[in-house]
Design a protein around this ligand. Structure first.
Ligand code: FPP
Length: 246
């Protein structure tokens, strides 16, 4: 029996089949460990983010190749923006800008619907206008990428409820809140992968993760590979999801 070998020799054929048969539609990543990856090499934290950004680009593409329709990444939390040194935030903004520019110019990203989640109000104008431009791209889109920037799950729920109140709601339902979250019409994440050895959710997709499978990897994000994604998919395919049933 032959396995169809995909990019970089991973058994993409069988993983694609697992994605399909397990009903994995949405994967989310907490890309943790960039700073420690850099420190281990005697490099500044910013070097870890640069390497992390390259891995992000590679794995977004890979997730598409194996048939995952929606990917969400935690690129900057509300707490990161408040609590990290300006030098580190500036470096992250530069990486975001470079990626946005690439996506706007390249045809490679043309079938990717990019959406931003989080509160963009405090972000620099230059970044905000690039975000608006990217979101406005039209055309045939088969895959979706949500990038969480200045994102906090609690903040998102509060903004969602306030939107409903502003629209005249006196009493809200779960469906109302789900629909007015930044993730809007997206299905909830089937699996949330966190790298970097911590076993916590850190204010990410708090509402949407109610029935997500949580997968923790010891690897730092810059060391995470296509094979590690395959492993997470295999683990997911072996889960029994009951959604409160039996
Ligand atoms: C957490 O690791 C990571 C971040 C705060 C930034 C994640 C951003 C990227 C991987 C770049 C993504 C790029 C684009 C274009 C979306 P940490 O720095 O807290 O790691 P540590 O826990 O080891 O210090």
């Amino acid at each position: 029996m032959f396995l169809k070998l995909g990019k970089k020799g991973s058994a993409a054929g069988s993983v694609t089949e697992l994605v399909r048969s397990s009903g994995l539609r949405h994967i989310a990543f907490i890309m943790d460990g960039n700073g420690r990856w850099a420190k281990k090499r005697g490099l500044p934290r910013e070097a870890g983010h640069k390497e992390g950004s390259a891995v992000f680009k590679k794995l977004i593409e890979y997730c598409g190749e194996i048939g995952i329709k929606t990917v969400t990444v935690y690129a900057l939390s509300t707490e990161n923006l408040k609590n990290r040194p300006k030098k580190e935030i500036d470096a992250l903004m530069k990486l975001f800008e470079a990626y946005f520019r690439d996506c706007t110019n390249s045809t490679k990203a043309k079938d990717l619907e990019i959406r931003f989640i989080g509160n963009r109000e405090p972000l620099p104008d230059s970044i905000r206008s690039m975000m608006t431009e990217l979101e406005a791209r039209t055309g045939e889109k088969t895959k979706r990428l949500n990038i969480a920037i200045n994102y906090g799950g609690r903040d998102e729920i509060v903004r969602s409820v306030n939107k409903l109140i502003s629209a005249g709601a006196k009493c809200v339902t779960e469906d109302d809140i789900t629909a007015s979250l930044d993730t809007g019409e997206c299905v909830p994440p089937d699996i949330i992968v966190r790298t970097g050895g911590e076993s916590r959710i850190s204010n990410f997709l708090l509402w949407q993760s109610a029935y997500s499978e949580l997968y923790f990897s010891e690897k730092y994000w810059p060391d995470f590979t296509e094979k590690d994604v395959d492993e997470a998919v295999r683990w997911f395919a072996g889960r029994s999801r009951r959604f409160g049933g039996i």
